[in-house]
Design a protein around this ligand. Structure first.
Ligand code: PEP
Length: 259
């Protein structure tokens, strides 16, 4: 993982209004600066709800913060009669760098399948943003020992319509569903097993060089106390962090996992 820039992305889910968002991003920036840590070597991304993005943009631009921000979802459609949806152009206009697509909560509660996840990834790419494509198995699949096959099938589905140029501009997050928001963390070896398999599959599809350059994140109850052992794995290049990203000091400690 040495040549890939580590990426720590905080998925706030449906938490924090725009005032609280500003307070959290300010505190995060202060905490990172206070420690005089050169956090430029780790890419730091916050992923707030849509309604906070404009406020986060104003703060990040105004204070020239070394923090990027993302969106938690995107419409697969470019524009038109899609009430309630948010387009790539709208997000790009707000300076959004990353878009989470196919989070397990959207797959579960909104019926998103691999084809839709792939279409959303394409929409983000068409808007010059980086999709963070989420994959990962549920508990039943894990217990049946079928987690690698299941997760690679999701990778196949999501990347089906992406050519090499597009695939090269993606990030993948392996998030075993049983570890999300449960306090149950995959062991570093479990994370490595699947992340390595994902990289192998992408090498088959797009070639070894492309696969070696792609960043693969682990997500599922990552905290400051377990991040270092997960990041020590050769194919884990960062983390998608839910609950622990809502506290500035805790998320800053995750960003500074090397210390
Ligand atoms: C997530 O929402 O992607 C996630 C991994 O959540 P948590 O860290 O709370 O398990």
């Amino acid at each position: 993982a040495t040549t890939r820039t580590p990426l720590m992305a905080g998925n706030w889910k449906m938490n924090l209004d725009h005032h609280e968002a500003i307070a959290l991003v300010q505190k995060l920036a202060w905490t990172l600066q206070d420690a005089k840590h050169d956090y430029a070597e780790v890419e730091v991304v916050v992923v707030p709800p849509f309604t906070d993005i404009r406020s986060v943009q104003t703060l990040v631009d105004g204070d020239k913060l070394e923090i990027r921000y993302g969106a938690q979802d995107i419409s697969a459609h470019a524009s038109g009669a899609y009430t309630g949806e948010i387009s790539a152009a709208m997000l790009a206009k707000l300076g959004v760098s990353y878009v989470v697509v196919g989070h397990s909560e959207r797959r579960e509660h909104h019926g998103e399948d691999d084809a839709l996840v792939g279409a959303k990834a394409k929409a983000a790419l068409d808007g010059s943003m980086t999709p963070i494509i989420c994959v990962g198995e549920g508990l039943d699949v894990r217990q049946a020992g079928d987690h690698v096959r299941y997760t690679l099938a999701q990778v196949d589905g999501a990347y089906d319509g992406l050519d090499a140029d597009q695939a090269a501009r993606t990030v993948i997050a392996y998030e075993p569903v049983w570890a999300i928001g449960t306090g149950e963390v995959a062991t570093p070896e479990d994370a490595q097993e699947v992340c390595a398999a994902i990289r192998g599959r992408l090498a088959e599809k797009y070639g070894e060089d492309l696969a070696q350059a792609l960043r693969i994140l682990y997500g599922g109850s990552v905290k400051s106390s377990n991040v270092a052992s997960i990041m020590a794995q050769g194919d884990v290049d960062g983390a998608l962090v839910g609950g622990a990203s809502l506290q500035a000091e805790e998320f800053a400690s995750i960003v500074r996992y090397r210390q």
